[in-house]
Design a protein around this ligand. Structure first.
Ligand code: 4AZ
Length: 320
């Protein structure tokens, strides 16, 4: 296994490197609390899940409370959905790096959280502009290796019945044949189609890399940092507009959902032997946590703080 790079680049008004938490106490503050209180669905009865879903269907409001719609502003059109994302803390959304391709500037973006019907903004949803975008420094646009990014939000997002963070797995989390895994998103149900109005969900199988890399499947293009999921026949899949969204699995022993993957790419949608490819999030846990803990304001404010300190010293000298 190739360990992911520890650093993450932030694209914002100032270009920042977040490789380590700025302050240690951040780790004992909101973030750890946020990660502990994760992966639960207050409006859903977990004992009721488990029936097999073929293809996607409408999700209930509150079914996936970490699902985010990442939207871009375009003149004449307004904001429109580009990619999915997953809320991982009160101010961080995890998504795919390739979503930022045409819009690297955080000012283009807003995140909508707690949504079920696209563009129908009810009182229980929260919208936030984006303060910085952190793209994995080893992201490769050709191979889609390390297709992972964190959007830091301007607002602190309070949790409620419709808004919850998802848990981040580490490499010790074991998936079995019985583990129930799902994908969700507003993506289209066919290639080049338009986004779906109601959030869609589907149960997926995790397909081994051994099968996924067969010569008549992906022929070796899928790395150990990726996961294949869907169904062997192709009936269940993610598609355009689902990118960046969650591949999540339920662990009944802890009664929590974990973000196992991030929707990344695939050949077409719903084709046999061409399942969806997902970023294997367990390989990026420390990278994600360092991005969550990075405090843009703290680092960006340092030059201003130094400026005022120096100006103060100069003034003092002039007065003396
Ligand atoms: C896309 O274009 C995309 N079938 C996402 C997922 C898949 C294909 C394309 C997987 O965002």
């Amino acid at each position: 296994m190739k360990p992911p790079s520890a650093g993450c680049w932030a694209l914002s008004s100032a270009l920042l490197l977040c490789s380590a938490p700025v302050r240690n106490d951040i780790l004992t503050g909101h973030i750890v609390t946020g990660l502990e209180e994760c992966g639960t669905r207050p409006l859903m009865d977990e004992t009721a899940t488990g029936s097999r879903i073929v293809g996607g269907h409408d999700a209930q409001p509150g079914a996936w409370p970490w699902q985010v719609s990442l939207q871009v502003y375009q003149f004449g059109v307004g904001y429109h959905h580009i990619c999915g994302g997953s809320l991982v803390s009160n101010s961080s959304v995890l998504t795919a790096a390739h979503c930022t391709k045409k819009w690297m500037d955080p000012d283009f973006w807003r995140a909508v959280i707690g949504l079920n019907r696209l563009y129908r903004y009810q009182s229980d949803i929260v919208m936030s502009r984006v303060s910085s975008i952190m793209i994995h420094s080893s992201y490769n646009v050709y191979s889609y290796e390390h297709d992972i990014a964190v959007f830091k939000l301007i607002k602190y997002i309070p949790y409620n019945e419709h808004i919850q963070p998802i848990c981040l797995p580490n490499t010790s989390l074991v998936l079995t044949n019985e583990t129930l895994c799902y994908i969700s998103g507003w993506g289209s149900s066919r290639e080049q189609g338009k986004p779906k109005y109601i959030l869609q969900e589907a149960q997926v199988d995790i397909i081994s890399l051994h099968i996924c890399n067969r010569y008549d499947w992906y022929g070796g293009a899928i790395s150990w940092n990726m996961l294949c999921a869907g169904s062997e026949s192709g009936d269940v899949d993610s598609c355009q507009g689902d990118s960046g969204g969650p591949l999540m699995c339920y662990f009944p022993d802890v009664s929590k959902y974990y973000l196992i993957g991030i929707t990344s790419f695939g050949v077409g949608c719903g084709l046999p032997k061409r399942p969806g490819i997902y970023v294997r999030t367990s390989h990026y846990k420390s990278w994600i946590e360092s991005c969550i803990s990075s405090q843009k304001e703290n680092t960006a404010d340092i030059p201003f703080f130094l400026f005022f300190l120096i100006m103060g010293q100069v003034t003092l000298h002039l007065v003396e």
